[in-house]
Design a protein around this ligand. Sequence first.
Ligand SMILES: NC(=O)c1ccc[n+]([C@@H]2O[C@H](COP(=O)([O-])OP(=O)(O)OC[C@H]3O[C@@H](n4cnc5c(N)ncnc54)[C@H](O)[C@@H]3O)[C@@H](O)[C@H]2O)c1
Length: 439
Amino acid sequence: MPSAHPHHVSIFGLGYVGAVTAGCLAELGHHIIGADVQQAKVDAFKAGISPIIEPELESLLQTAKREGRLDATTDATAAVKASQISIICVGTPSQAAGRLNLDFVRKVTAQIAAAIREKNQPHTILFRSTMLPGSTRAIVGVFLADLIKSGLLHVYYCPEFLREGTAVRDFRDPSLAAVGTHDGKAPATTEALDLLGFNAQILAWEGAELLKYACNYFHALKVGFANEIGRMAKHLGVDGARVMDVVCHDERLNISRYYMKPGNPFGGSCLPKDVNALSGLARIEGVNLPLLDHVMESNHAHLDALLDQITRKDARRIGLLGLAFKADTDDMRGSAMVAIAETLLGRGYQLRIYDPSINLTRLIGANEAEIQRRMPHLAQLLCATAEEVVRESDVIIASQKCVNVESLRDVAGAGKWVIDMNGWPELKALPWSYEGICW
Ligand SMILES: NC(=O)c1ccc[n+]([C@@H]2O[C@H](COP(=O)([O-])OP(=O)(O)OC[C@H]3O[C@@H](n4cnc5c(N)ncnc54)[C@H](O)[C@@H]3O)[C@@H](O)[C@H]2O)c1
């Protein structure tokens, strides 16, 4: 459907992302002026010839050319003067050792900034190139801060999620759209949402930058995971494709939001045991599965980070809200908080623990054996109420949502810290110092 607000848009970088963005915005009725340093690309683009092979793209460019809404130039100033919005889609290649080369983005930003100063009329820049978190803010600081301050310029970071081969389809029906603003609040002007995602998620610049990497990392992780399960399956004479297909049938726990929240390390009687068992088998059988093999290490690193966060505080009295591996169970096998408690006790810290699900007289079997082995004095550390734990501690680790936060108001005073493992906003409202494990 044509846009109700056709804009004049300059697109810097006529590669994959730029050409697709140009063709698809033209389809919506916007006027496009492409800008690239390569004369041959500019000439072809002007003639409606797609610089890349992508289904449907050339016909979109041809239509735009026919309707007089397509132009291109190597002159950055001319492109800015002919538009109110510039979208930056230049390449951000990797240097040796994986460092990102932002030279093209810097160069093009400097050119656009100079042209806006000359033009002296309001302008909007949408960064679309993939850049590491902090890049937009750093580039703005060097080239654009005065223009933003004077009110002439708005800057948004809008990551691109298209897939080559289905890029036009993905643009029309994006799997995800996000707009990064300088403060994470709604955009002050509508161009970013008009052009690149009316339903977009709003984040701060850095969040939108990291989002792009999180998505690509997740895709890469999924491919690596499927391949490693596949290799193990082949070694065992199992049909790995069938196994992974069935894995995907579970849309409640597997292909879902479940297990996707940063916070507590994993634990319990199953995950650590089963992760260890399969990677142990792979090692014995000589099947190289580096991704699966490092999952336990990743969990230990998360636990170490929490321990570091606790012991960096100048405090010796620690309180745990939640000891079992998750809320509403008394299962302490493989519990990350038991490991934390064990380590802190070993280092001579004072510990107080509240967990409403733990009743020592009812512990049985392997669960009781685990506690006898690792924390034989648990009975002396357990408190009847969360208030008691908070009153007698200086650093409180809220590992489970197992308390009524309001009931802690009188004991959560200044001088105390709470470390939140679940992203629990109510904890912030109490008069103690608040820190999250991942935020
Ligand atoms: N290709 C993808 O599927 C894809 C998807 C999402 C995001 N991205 C990201 O988008 C960005 C662009 O990727 P791409 O694949 O389109 O790159 P590309 O290499 O295909 O195109 C980049 C274009 O920028 C041009 N350019 C370089 N310096 C310039 C300057 N100073 N002025 C004007 N033009 C200039 C180059 O000549 C080239 O035509 C990258 O950051 C990439 O990581 C790519």
